[in-house]
Design a protein around this ligand. Structure first.
Ligand code: NAP
Ligand code: HSE
Length: 439
């Protein structure tokens, strides 16, 4: 065997511990594939005295970042700390020093991905980021390597495991949002700041990474209109099923006829027979359409220690082999994203699902339908809940009833205007839930 390849970890939480376990368990095989011994040099953490799940030589733990970043005896830096800073500063310094970097950090890549790719190229270093999107799903490799001779025209993905896990348990058990979010945190799926997951930002960061690879586009999170799942109730999941749909939190990127990129993150109804509809729990799935390869769907665990570590270690092996072969930098060679036109938000057409709670009183439906019509939104189907009591019967208490509409194709901006008008009506309780139907 050749000269050892030495790697170091920045971070040893959920993902870092998974990496230590996987490398320890499969060391012999990994070394055979690399053709050299693989040595863990150091592990940088915030608190070196904290109890760790990974079985690790305590002598490797340090809080000294300078002992890793730029260190001559570290070939590959694995960044699993998270957040844009200080991780970004460390990744930049490692690349400038010619160290290859493997990262699972989608926040950082969304903020500085194109710049870091250029930096890696300039310093003949590799930058591996398979784990930044889709956990164990090899979507980065697929876009970067497998579809190298192809053009991707659209992709739709369930790319946040926490959101998918929450929606699945709400649907199957009628469980409350807060209860399931806590379970997702306990299982190591959620970000340190879980609002990144449930408010859609994590999926938007991942969409920036996917757009960079699929469309060569330099996209910022601000380019991606983003909605989360907080407002979804179990009743929405039930009504969607009744209409023949599932509700999934989606990241969407597609080229419009004019060649601009339509980018969005939001929950949506998708047909129950669509491949992504059965991607449940912590699974992630990406459905893409490419010119030559046609339709592809990739599915797998989207979060958690081991699935994520599997992707990190795959990149580590690639970077190690490249080091050994003296060809570091090949992984990301030629990836040079550029700004592209972004489609105007709110102008896309789709059918919509609208769910509202109203006081059951004569004339209510006519006023709601009037507002929809006024804003060019045409009703395709309508269901009114039969439970509840009429307010004109003095023997009963007032109880709002649910009305659900499915519309024909309508422009988002028109739907939003109609919803604003409806929500201002005195008999409407709370905010209308408005979700796109993605065919
Ligand atoms: P985590 O459990 O919170 O672990 C973070 C680690 O970073 C901890 O070991 C922490 O040290 C260390 N750290 C934080 N700030 C530091 C600082 N200023 N200096 C030194 N060390 C510091 O996070 P995680 O879930 O493993 O996620 C890590 C990265 O992977 C994030 O970018 C995340 O988005 C990404 N990711 C996570 C998953 C998942 O399923 N969890 C999946 C895909 C990608 P202490 O242990 O001493 O506190
Ligand atoms: N918090 C992220 C998720 C981790 O739930 O998908 C995987 O990137």
């Amino acid at each position: 065997m050749g000269t050892p390849i030495r790697f170091a970890l920045l971070g040893c939480g959920t993902v870092g511990s998974g990496v230590v376990e996987l490398v320890t368990r499969n060391r012999k095989y990994l070394e055979t594939r690399i053709g050299a011994p693989l040595e863990l040099a150091r592990v940088v953490v915030r608190d070196a005295n904290k109890a760790r799940t990974a079985s690790l030589d305590p002598g490797l733990l340090t809080t000294d970042v300078a002992s890793v970043v730029g260190a001559k005896d570290v070939d590959v830096v694995v960044e699993v700390v998270g957040g844009v800073e200080p991780a970004g500063h460390w990744v930049e310094a490692a690349l400038r020093a010619g160290q290859s970097v493997v990262t699972a950090n989608k926040s950082l890549l969304a903020a500085r991905g194109p710049e870091l790719l250029r930096l890696a190229a300039a310093h003949h270093a590799d930058l591996g980021f398979e784990a930044s999107v889709g956990g164990a799903v090899p979507i980065v490799r697929t876009l970067r390597e497998h579809l190298v001779a192809d053009w991707v025209r659209s992709l739709r993905g369930i790319v946040n495991g926490t959101c998918n896990y929450i929606l699945t348990r709400m649907r199957d058990e009628g469980a409350s949002f807060g209860e399931v979010l806590r379970a997702a945190q306990d299982l190591g799926y959620a970000e340190a700041e879980p609002s990144l997951d449930v408010d859609g930002h994590d999926a938007a960061h991942k969409l920036c990474v996917l757009a960079m690879l699929a469309f060569g586009a330099e996209v910022q999170p601000a380019d991606v209109p983003t909605e989360g799942i907080r407002a979804i109730e179990p009743v929405d999941l039930r009504y969607a099923a009744r209409f023949g749909y599932a509700i999934k939190h989606l990241a969407v990127a597609r080229e419009t006829r004019e060649g601009a990129l339509d980018l969005r993150v939001h929950p949506a109804l998708i047909p129950a027979r669509a491949p992504l509809a059965s991607v449940d729990g912590v699974l992630n799935g990406v459905a893409l359409q490419a010119d030559a390869a046609g339709a592809q769907v990739l599915v797998g665990p989207g979060a958690g220690a081991h699935p994520t570590a599997a992707s990190v270690v795959a990149d580590l092996v690639d970077a190690a082999r490249a080091r050994r072969a003296g060809v570091s930098g090949l992984l990301t060679q030629g990836l040079d994203p550029a700004r592209r036109a972004i489609a105007e938000a709110g102008m896309q057409e789709a059918p919509w699902y609208l769910r509202l709670r109203v006081t059951d009183r004569p004339g209510v439906l006519a006023q709601i339908a009037g507002a929809l019509g006024h804003h060019r939104v045409s009703i395709e189907q309508l269901v009114q809940e039969s439970r509840g009591r009429r307010v004109d019967d003095p023997s009963t208490e007032e109880e709002p009833r649910i009305i659900v509409f499915l519309t024909h194709d309508a422009i988002e901006r028109d739907v939003r205007a109609a919803v604003r008008a409806i929500d201002a009506m005195p008999f409407v309780h709370g905010a209308t839930m408005a979700l796109r139907v993605e065919a």
